[in-house]
Design a protein around this ligand. Structure first.
Ligand code: SF4
Length: 611
């Protein structure tokens, strides 16, 4: 690449640091001395991608290999893209500034459905043919992982292969197979056949999808010998023994989570019925306190960060949390390191724990009751009560917090107006908790934010069979809440239901949606998750021009027997368990935490890790 052109462009775009690399702890290697070049691609801007834990783990893990150089690439913001296209500058990796089209792999992590057009845009900017059948022998293999990879079908045209499950469990095997293939000089197809033999690797082109006359999927079957009909996700069994980086790149600009991320455990046993992460990351695997202390020591000293986040899906469920926090505080308080928990459950909010943590710094406090009434919280198996919320809020106010954020969803199965009214009632009760707190202990001002998102039914959840509310219904519910939430000191914000609608389409979509994605991108859609760039009308035109009805995917109830576009993927938890949970939801029956007793979800088929 002509670096003078890049320098010139960087003087003309916003936040040039996004594209400069050379951060503290960036890995530097001589590309001519490695066999495999891997571009780890994040289909959003630098500050979002750099906050992603999976990238931090895999970047350093791959770079431990002498034969591999893993570099990073993010979606350039629109001003940068425009300049790159004007100057014919192809998409490049931050480390060497080499075009990613010359790499062996371009590996995308897919965190969110609304980044799909960015994947296409990045491939185009790189000069890599968009669809797998257009690529030739010299092109990189375009691969995917991350939560959305579990239903990759809407993107099946664009990816050569997909990794299901914990990336650190699979990536070395994949690179070993590639190394052997490259040294032997085989054809592209030979590598894909060999890769498909690795458990957890899915090569979409090796499967044919047939459809019923009503448009539902009839079957998904391998189209050649030696290809497994089912792809089972891979699981790291022992997190203490699994690789975890002892250093992390320290960016020169603010990023979304600008701190050390210490993953305390993976998975979640709570079984909230709307939650895909709670199912696909099963079983729970914890790191031990000694291992976490060792990692904290190294990460703090290797990065200089003064903030460490105890990361997981539900950190307050960690078995030894009090012990861990006390040890961390004791060891690092003199260095003024602060600790934060990204997610708190209302029923395990401990005053001692919070008191311990605010000795250094007071972070913002957010709770997620998800639904406004106990009835609906039972339907979604949230398992927390109003008392849990109010006790937690009272304690927070007594400890001096002045800002509390409460997350809810609207459009949940069985929801009624009473449930929506319940959201406003809860807001009022939380406000009262502030006034109940002793004068002198509580803060001088109060701000409660009620944040509402529209429910999106996701694959691999008990609600994978349900219809999403229509956009009209959701807007109506938002208007209702706007009215009910006219309360002093209470702010109301909500996510755009049109975005949730598209998310629902692609979350449960099939291969036919590939042409919609391509059309929408051709018509200018990208960064769809960014409100200022979201072009809903363009999306509707893309559906119209490709003859695809989005409501078929978002607003349709499925039969128990329906074959899903993801039915050939085995995440460990069985469809029969998910269906039982769906039926229990309709009756408002709870399934308690599976740390208490086993409910037979099926994950033990992957090795009985939670026993
Ligand atoms: S096997 Fe049992 S304990 Fe393990 S996740 Fe499933 S239900 Fe829970």
């Amino acid at each position: 690449m002509d670096k003078s052109v890049l320098d010139e462009i960087l003087r003309q775009v916003s936040k040039p640091v996004r594209y400069m690399g050379n951060e503290y702890n960036m890995v530097e290697k001589d590309p001519s001395k490695v066999l495999i070049r891997f571009a780890f691609a994040f289909p959003d801007v630098y500050e979002v991608g750099m906050s992603h834990l999976g990238m931090k783990i895999l970047y350093h893990l791959m770079n431990k290999r002498e034969d591999t150089y893993c570099e990073r690439v993010f979606a350039p913001w629109v001003d940068m893209e425009q300049k790159m296209r004007e100057k014919r500058l192809p998409l490049f990796a931050l480390e060497t500034k080499d075009p990613i089209a010359m790499f062996d792999f371009v590996g995308f992590t897919l965190q969110y459905e609304m980044c799909y057009t960015n994947v296409i845009n990045m491939l185009d900017l790189a000069g890599i043919p968009l669809r797998w059948w257009e690529r030739e022998e010299h092109h990189p293999f375009v691969i995917a992982g991350g939560p959305c990879a579990y239903n990759i079908e809407p993107l099946a045209d664009f990816f050569d292969l997909v990794v299901m499950g914990d990336g650190e469990e699979v990536i070395n095997e994949l690179l070993d197979v590639y190394r052997q293939w490259k040294m032997q000089g085989g054809r592209r197809q030979d590598f894909l056949m060999a890769a498909a033999g690795i458990p957890g690797v899915y090569v979409p082109r090796f499967y044919d999808v047939e459809y019923n006359p009503d448009g539902t999927v009839c079957s998904i079957k391998p189209n050649r010998e030696g290809i497994s009909p089912i792809i089972r996700k891979r699981v790291v069994r022992d997190l203490d023994k699994a690789y975890y980086p002892e250093t992390m790149i320290v960016p020169y600009m603010d990023i979304v989570h600008d701190r050390i991320m210490l993953e305390v455990f993976r998975g979640c046993t709570r079984g909230c019925r709307f939650c895909q992460a709670g199912i696909i990351y099963r079983p729970v695997r914890e790191r031990s306190v000694p291992r976490l202390m060792e990692l904290a020591e190294k990460l703090i000293s290797n990065t200089g960060y003064e903030e460490l986040s105890l990361s997981s899906l539900s950190t307050s469920d960690y078995s030894d949390l009090e012990k861990l926090v006390k040890q961390l505080m004791k060891r690092f308080a003199s260095q003024k390191v602060s600790f934060s928990l990204p997610s708190l459950r209302l029923d395990s909010f401990s005053r001692e724990l919070i008191e311990e943590m605010i000795k250094v710094r007071k972070a913002g406090l957010t709770f997620a009751p998800e639904a406004g009434t106990q009835r609906l919280r039972d339907v979604i198996n949230k398992g927390v009560t109003e008392n849990d919320l109010l006790n937690s809020a009272r304690q927070a106010f007594e400890l001096g917090w002045d800002t509390v954020k409460l997350y809810f969803m609207i459009g949940l199965p069985t929801e009624t107006r009473e449930d929506l009214k319940g959201i406003a009632e809860l807001a009022k009760k939380v406000k009262q908790c502030y006034f109940d707190a002793t004068l002198g202990q509580r803060a001088h001002r109060l701000r409660i934010t009620i944040s509402v998102a529209s429910f999106v039914p996701k694959p691999f959840t008990p609600f994978q069979w349900v219809a999403q509310d229509t956009i009209e219904d959701l807007n109506d519910k938002i208007d209702f809440l706007k009215d009910k939430l006219r309360i002093k000191s209470v702010e109301f914000d909500w996510h755009d239901p049109r975005l949730s609608f598209l998310e629902a389409v692609f979350a449960r979509g099939d291969r036919r949606l590939g042409k919609v994605l391509l059309k929408a991108w051709e018509m200018g859609c990208k960064f769809d998750g960014w409100a200022e760039l979201f072009k809903y009308d363009t999306w509707l035109k893309a559906f119209e021009e490709t003859g695809i009805d989005p409501e078929f995917y978002a607003n349709r109830v499925r039969n128990k027997e329906e074959v899903f576009p993801w039915s050939h993927i085995d995440v460990g938890v069985t469809p029969s368990f998910l269906w039982r949970e769906y039926q229990k939801a309709l009756k408002g029956e709870l399934t308690p935490d599976c740390r208490v007793r086993c409910w037979g979800c099926g994950i033990t088929r992957l090795g009985g890790l939670c026993q």
